[in-house]
Write a protein that binds this ligand. Structure first.
Ligand SMILES: NC(=O)c1ccc[n+]([C@@H]2O[C@H](COP(=O)([O-])OP(=O)(O)OC[C@H]3O[C@@H](n4cnc5c(N)ncnc54)[C@H](O)[C@@H]3O)[C@@H](O)[C@H]2O)c1
Length: 356
């Protein structure tokens, strides 16, 4: 057990959104560290929750299938928790363009309900919130540090920025110690793989594994930084136990940018399958594309002592390994021998977790 993990032994923690991508990886690590883990998750269809995500710890965690906006449930669940990791949310920035209300309701109202519950019933708990790099909007200069202006380009990003500001008020006014993280593009095991609307990295992995053609929008030269979920979990845990981090905003990302062409080439090389081609941006994606972005992570390095350790190619290999083993819980195999045009169902529901 690492020194970091040992700090969670015997601690009570609540992970909101713990059936989702990042939340489940966090819950598994905390559980293995000896924490007493409770998960809150609404399992809204088509969002990121998947029962199989917590299969390795299913007998060791308490799972509450309830909504972050359920005041009565949240008031109860926050009691006696040492740490609250708040990851529940509507995370599809494209959906927020045509229907802004789930973001406003879940990400903003839900966060306010959580913080009010803490104010009333457990103001000593330590909170970590995972916002998004999208809160910055287009970069004014690169790499982007935490002082950069925030001009979000969508309702999802606005809702994350608002949630962050709500939590900051509870930190400053009500003295609920809270860390505010802005995550870059996160990839790795346990992300939903049913559609491409949550983030393209894992979608590219699926396309390559199915030996399909990956569409690279524009000329593929847009820069991004990518962070493996295990590094992300490490940042979340490390920030939560760093007193100097309370009340602070930190980027969580990588200071090694890559462009999308390089990224797909690496994925195809590691997967040993798949191909890619240029494609026109869809109008929605074009409208929301902020251009080049990569994170300045010097603040989190300095104050929290965190930096990413997983190199991109190793992270891609680890992600492919996971989905090779458990693909059937995330998407159904596509038989590439099938002739184009024949009526075949390519997207089917991911299987639910085994019962035992
Ligand atoms: N994955 C990324 O690249 C990334 C990047 C930046 C920020 N983030 C943020 O990190 C957090 C976690 O993201 P993720 O990628 O794990 O997403 P995810 O969709 O996999 O997980 C979110 C979980 O929240 C649950 N949830 C949604 N609405 C809920 C509600 N009303 N009540 C209770 N539970 C609800 C979902 O069922 C899901 O299990 C989100 O706040 C997201 O905005 C993620």
């Amino acid at each position: 057990m690492t020194n970091l993990d040992s700090q969670f032994k015997g601690k009570s923690v609540l992970v909101t959104g713990g059936m989702g991508f990042i939340g489940s990886n966090l819950a598994i690590r905390l559980c293995r560290a000896g924490a007493d883990v409770t998960i809150l998750d609404a399992m809204i269809p088509d969002y990121g929750g998947n029962e199989f995500n917590v299969h390795p710890i299913k007998n060791d965690v308490r799972i509450n299938f309830c909504d972050i906006r359920d005041e009565t449930a949240v008031n109860y669940l926050v009691r006696n928790q040492d740490y609250i990791f708040h990851l529940a949310g509507q995370v599809c920035h494209l959906m927020s363009l045509s229907n802004p209300f789930p973001d406003i309701s879940i990400n903003i109202t839900g966060t306010a309900i959580l913080m009010e519950a803490l104010r009333k019933y457990n103001p000593d708990a330590i909170v970590v919130y995972t916002g998004t790099r999208g809160q910055y909007g287009s970069s004014v200069s690169l790499p982007v540090n935490e002082e950069a202006p925030t001009n979000p380009k969508g309702i999802y990003e606005i809702s994350n920025l608002t949630a962050e500001k709500i939590i900051k008020v509870y930190n400053d006014v009500h003295h609920i110690p809270s860390v505010l993280l802005r995550l870059t593009n996160i990839y790795g095991p346990r992300s939903q793989m049913m559609h491409s609307r949550f983030g393209v990295f894992n979608w590219f992995i699926r396309k390559a594994m199915d030996n399909e053609t990956i569409q690279v929008f524009g000329d593929g030269s847009i820069l991004r930084d990518f962070c493996h979920v295990d590094d992300t979990v490490d940042a979340i845990m490390r920030a939560s136990v760093t007193k100097a981090a309370y009340g602070e905003i930190f980027n969580v990302g990588s200071d090694i940018p890559v462009n999308f062409r390089e990224l797909v080439e690496k994925i195809i090389k590691v997967a040993k399958r798949g191909s890619w081609q240029f494609a026109e941006f869809t109008p929605e994606r074009k409208a929301q594309e902020p251009g080049d972005f990569y994170s300045d992570i010097s603040k989190i390095k300095r104050i929290v002592g965190w930096e990413p350790r997983i190199e991109l190619e190793n992270g891609i290999a680890n992600t492919i390994d996971y989905y090779e083993k458990y693909r059937d819980y995330y998407w159904t195999r596509v038989e590439n021998a099938e002739p184009k045009g024949k009526e075949t169902v390519k997207l089917s529901q991911a299987a639910t977790a085994p019962k035992s």
